[in-house]
Design a protein around this ligand. Structure first.
Ligand code: SAM
Ligand code: SF4
Ligand code: SF4
Length: 385
């Protein structure tokens, strides 16, 4: 595959606001490279799980491979974060494994809320009944994200029998107790592409107000079966659907949102059409993770050897301030595939975990067979605001 080089081209007036916005997003990331500013924290609550999904990037099973943080330990780490940062600006996304397996989940969420942090969980939904949803609400949580990997048969094929009905019931339970920000997350596989409108209907009928569509990274069990991965034609179908629905939703002022999520640059042809701005990777710039054993990383999807230190041994803020050099260094990213790329200024070498986890397949322009940059807008034609 040849490098993505600038060609001549014209900027259509209608495209200009999008192009300016793409540059504005890039300059925000450049500022954060120089002056990181923590606002988004993942807490990998556990690596234990009650399911065994075929695509699970963390290869979760019933038992954790590590000694996980105890209640007092995670609360103490959060205390230091609240002391050293502005907690009111920090949003915590609680993930796993299955976070609802932690008996102290509600206590830790309440602690986050007391410190001023906002939080959400990402859950498989199978353990999310009205009682659990109410406890999360009472603890101060206001956003719940439930994984729904297709229609019933497709979802159950990767997540196990009965899991689809429970996930949708989990969404409904969250709505029932008053959550307004209830999201569905779908790992899209080629087999689901014919059902996208029906999946949208199912998650909306259950009560979701937002639908995030992602693709499966080649990590953990997700690396084992190529039927799980999306090719260029599949991505085109998916992006066409999302673009169309985002347009219709805006025109009809529907109370629903859907978007694609990934850490990379999707090309001028797709950016800001399949998702709003600031969709690219902020790992180590404003995003950090506390892994389940206290290791501090940027995002939970990064290889674990890229953790920057243990919050069991060192103050979180010292790790955030003094480490994270690979995340904040563009030099190594401007190598290999990206060395001669004209899009580097706005892409900065792709999403970090994608680049490290699947080094032969991290560039979203390559993945789309260059479709997204076969557009009249080329880097040479783009005015830098
Ligand atoms: C790791 S799970 C943890 C939370 C919870 N157990 C769940 O399944 O929702 C968080 C999200 O990552 C997604 N995920 C799992 N493996 C993945 C992979 N290999 N690539 C991309 N996303 C993945 C899941 O489908 C889920 O939406
Ligand atoms: S994707 Fe979520 S529910 Fe499925 S095995 Fe992994 S952690 Fe468990
Ligand atoms: S990942 Fe980004 S910088 Fe690297 S080749 Fe692809 S578009 Fe260019």
């Amino acid at each position: 595959m040849s490098p993505h080089r600038a060609q001549s081209g014209d900027v259509g007036l209608l495209d200009l606001p999008r192009v300016v916005a793409i540059h504005r997003d890039a300059s925000r990331r450049v500022k954060l490279l120089q002056k990181p500013d923590l606002t988004y924290l993942f807490w990998e609550a556990t690596l234990r799980c009650n399911l065994r999904c075929a695509h699970c990037g963390s290869s979760c099973v019933g038992k954790s491979p590590v000694r996980e943080l105890e209640t007092a330990e995670i609360k103490a780490i959060l205390d230091t974060i609240a002391a050293d940062f502005d907690a009111r600006r920090i949003f915590v996304s609680i993930t796993g494994g299955e976070p609802l397996l932690r008996k102290d989940l509600f206590e830790v969420v309440a602690h986050m809320t007391r410190l001023g942090m906002r939080s959400c969980i990402v859950t498989n939904g199978t353990l999310l009944g009205v009682e659990q949803a109410q406890k999360l609400w009472d603890a101060g949580m206001r956003t719940i994200c439930v994984s729904v990997d297709g229609l019933e048969a497709d979802h159950n094929a990767v997540r196990g029998p009965g899991s689809w009905a429970k996930a949708l019931a989990g969404i409904a339970a969250a709505r029932q107790v008053g959550f307004r920000r209830v999201e569905a997350i779908t790992c899209v596989r080629p087999c689901q592409l014919d059902h996208l409108p029906a999946i949208e209907k199912a998650v909306r009928d259950a009560g979701a107000r937002m639908w995030r569509l992602i693709t499966i990274d080649k990590m953990g069990r997700g690396a084992e079966d190529e039927a799980l991965w999306m090719g260029a034609a599949d991505l085109r179908t998916l992006f066409d659907f999302i673009e169309r629905r985002r347009r219709e939703i805006k025109e009809n002022r529907e109370k629903f949102d859907l978007r694609f999520s990934c850490g990379g640059f999707l090309g001028v042809g797709r950016e800001l059409r399949v998702r709003p701005g600031d969709g690219q990777c902020f790992a180590g710039l404003c995003v950090a993770s506390i892994l389940c054993d206290g290791q501090v990383s940027a995002c939970p999807s990064l290889p674990r050897n890229l953790a920057q230190g243990s919050a069991r041994e060192r103050r979180f803020s010292a790790i955030w301030r003094e480490e994270f050099r690979p995340h904040r260094d563009l030099a190594w990213r401007r190598t290999g595939r990206c060395a001669d790329c004209s899009w580097f200024q706005v892409c900065m070498g792709g999403g970090l975990h994608e680049r490290l986890v699947q080094p032969d397949d991290f560039c979203w322009l390559d993945r789309q067979d260059g479709f997204a940059d076969c557009h009249t807008l080329t880097p040479a034609a783009i005015p830098t605001p």
